[in-house]
Design a protein around this ligand. Structure first.
Ligand SMILES: Cc1ncc(C[n+]2csc(CCOP(=O)(O)OP(=O)(O)O)c2C)c(N)n1
Length: 575
């Protein structure tokens, strides 16, 4: 019979779940766990961050790149509250994560004890589930359940709150690892109505103006191959959400690129005029629909999603299937393969002709500048130099949208960004998590002068563990996206969107022990970026500060309150 303390049980359970990295920060409530960590130096590596938000984003980046559960360890009170933004970020984008938080001793809960806070209560709206563990012997089963809940169905973060007394190294209990677990109230859906498959096939075959709308759920469910097969077989154009970038090859001729607020002209026009929208793993959030009252007036909407609460939440679906997208797409393909399919080139010729006209507008073209480096050209240059193979994390703002539009992702899990919550400060820690997962790959964090400063302290973590990522700071000396909105919606009144006291980013990076370079001239862009990428092989973190056109806006942009087709393509020019 194996007798262990609660802390030892925590560590043993993590090892049983094959956790490789634990991202965390110590404090009184979890010191026993930190002590127990010493017993497993080889199988479980702890990464000491500089702020708990950094830990959550690192675990998140690791999870997005690998598909595995990211794991975080924080102390009670401020440690727990600091992790909240990262938990909400993961929740909004359905990222599997387990957050272990320390709690004050059971008898002190509710007495305003030192560093007490109700983590379960505070995190409740932003977790898939949470556990307050009351007995030491419950730890193994709780961990197994937490990982199961976090990674199945629609994935998401799960909190395990552990009162200090149940972790006491002097109290040993029997360690029983459950081979099977059963959670009565949580049974992810695995079956669906086969009649719906027939209905979907009929609609796919009779539609004259169909479009596939692919989202992050395609990536989560690993159904990109099935989606590609179906799109090619039926010759249907594809658009993706921000979260779905990479779910369909970015350079594929049927790809109309991203839709929504900053979507391409062809993607949004095709959505508006479509007679059938085949939506897979999307949640129709407001950044992708514009005004719901004017949304895609002619379309029949088919919606496939694992989460029943996503169906008809904002856009009413005509046909919906709840379940695993991969299984459902496989079934559709299986049934389609048995049918004789008419010449799809011919049937959809008119539709493709229309799409070509929208494409010819070239909504991603941008004016060149004699003096300034254009952010678009930085992203295009990065794409060429990395041959599209890098893992890219981004922060939030104009630089995020430029990256989404100008770096075509041909593979899944290469585009790591905070889509749902839009969290500035995500990019750097997330990139560190990705690089730990894939040490041999090129990992680039594309950020802005505002965003990078939100978790810049993680440069210190990068130094401690020699994590060699490339940071591209698109420096426009402003909170660019805020300024853009003030230009468009507030007649150019710039209220608090300028960063008047930017640090010397190179000196800052160097003070953390990293290498840095500044790029100010257009002709320097390509050679310097090339050098920066080459230097990565020396296991350095390279911080590249690029001074870009401060007046640039992200276009296309949908007109607020309009339909999918109401778009502005250039400054003050409406189509
Ligand atoms: C934590 C957080 N606070 C505020 C915002 C609102 N916001 C969205 S974009 C943006 C400006 C981003 O500026 P920067 O990082 O410099 O990027 P740029 O838009 O200039 O490329 C702000 C403040 C946010 N998304 N996240």
């Amino acid at each position: 019979m194996k007798m262990l303390s609660g802390s030892e049980m925590v560590i043993k359970s993590l090892v049983k779940m094959k956790v490789k990295y634990l991202f965390g920060y110590p404090g009184g409530a979890v010191l026993d766990i930190y002590d127990a960590l010493k017993t497993v130096p080889n199988s479980l590596k702890h990464i000491l961050v500089r702020h708990e938000q950094g830990a959550t984003h690192m675990a998140d980046g690791f999870a997005r790149a690998t598909g595995k559960v990211g794991v975080v360890l924080v102390t009670s009170g401020p440690g727990a509250t600091n992790s909240i933004t990262g938990i909400a970020t993961a929740y909004m984008d359905s990222i599997p994560m387990v957050i272990i938080s320390g709690q004050v001793a059971s008898h002190l809960i509710g007495f305003d004890a030192f560093q007490e806070c109700d983590m379960i209560g505070i995190s409740r709206p932003i977790v898939k589930h949470s556990f307050l563990v009351k007995k030491t012997e419950d730890i193994p089963e709780t961990f197994k359940k937490a990982f199961w809940i976090a990674s199945t169905g629609r994935p998401g973060p799960v909190v395990i709150d552990l009162p200090k007394d149940i972790l006491d190294p002097l109290i040993k209990k029997e360690y029983i690892w459950p081979e099977n677990i059963f959670i009565r109230s949580y049974q992810p859906i695995i079956s669906y109505d086969p009649k719906k498959i027939e209905q979907i096939i009929i609609q796919l075959l009779i539609a004259k103006k169909p479009i596939i709308y692919s989202g992050g759920g395609v990536i989560t469910s690993h159904s990109e191959e099935e989606l590609l097969f179906l799109a090619e077989k039926l010759n249907i154009p594809v658009t993706t959400s921000l979260m779905g970038l990479g779910s369909f090859p970015g350079t594929h001729k049927q790809n109309l690129k991203m839709l929504g607020m900053h979507g391409t002209y062809e993607a949004n026009m095709a959505m508006h005029h479509a007679d059938l929208i085949f939506a897979v793993g999307v949640r129709f959030d407001d950044r992708t629909t514009n005004n719901l009252l004017k949304y895609c007036p002619q379309a029949i909407i088919i919606h496939i999603d694992i989460d029943p609460t996503s169906i008809s939440k904002t856009v009413i679906a005509n046909i919906s299937i709840i379940g695993d997208a991969k299984q459902i797409l496989k079934q559709i393909i299986h049934k389609l393969n048995k049918q004789k399919i008419e010449n799809r080139q011919k049937i959809l010729q008119k539709w493709w002709n229309k799409i070509k006209k929208w494409k010819d507008i070239q909504s991603l073209s941008y004016s060149k500048s004699k003096t300034y480096i254009k952010p678009q050209s930085v992203i295009k240059c990065l794409w060429k130099l990395t041959k599209g193979n890098a893992y890219i994390t981004s922060d939030v703002g104009q630089h995020q949208m430029f990256t989404a539009l100008y770096y075509p992702f041909n593979k899944t899990r290469r585009w790591i960004n905070s889509g749902g919550l839009g969290t500035m400060g995500f990019g750097l820690p997330a990139a560190l998590g990705v690089k730990l997962a894939f040490p041999k790959e090129i990992v680039i964090c594309i950020t802005g002068d505002g965003s990078i400063q939100m978790n810049i302290q993680e440069l210190s973590t990068a130094k401690q563990y020699n994590i060699s990522i490339l940071i591209i700071n698109l420096n426009n000396n402003a909170l660019g996206m805020v300024k853009q909105w003030q230009d468009i919606h507030y007649f150019g009144r710039h209220s608090h969107s300028y960063m008047n006291s930017l640090p010397d980013f190179l000196a800052l990076a160097k003070s953390y022990g990293h290498e840095g370079m500044k790029i100010e001239k257009k002709e320097e862009l390509k050679p310097k970026l090339k050098t920066a990428i080459q230097q990565l092989h020396k296991n350095n973190l390279i911080f590249v500060d690029i001074i870009i056109d401060p007046l640039e806006h992200v276009y296309p942009m949908q007109i607020k309150g309009g339909g999918m087709n109401d778009m502005q393509l250039k400054k003050r020019e409406t189509v």
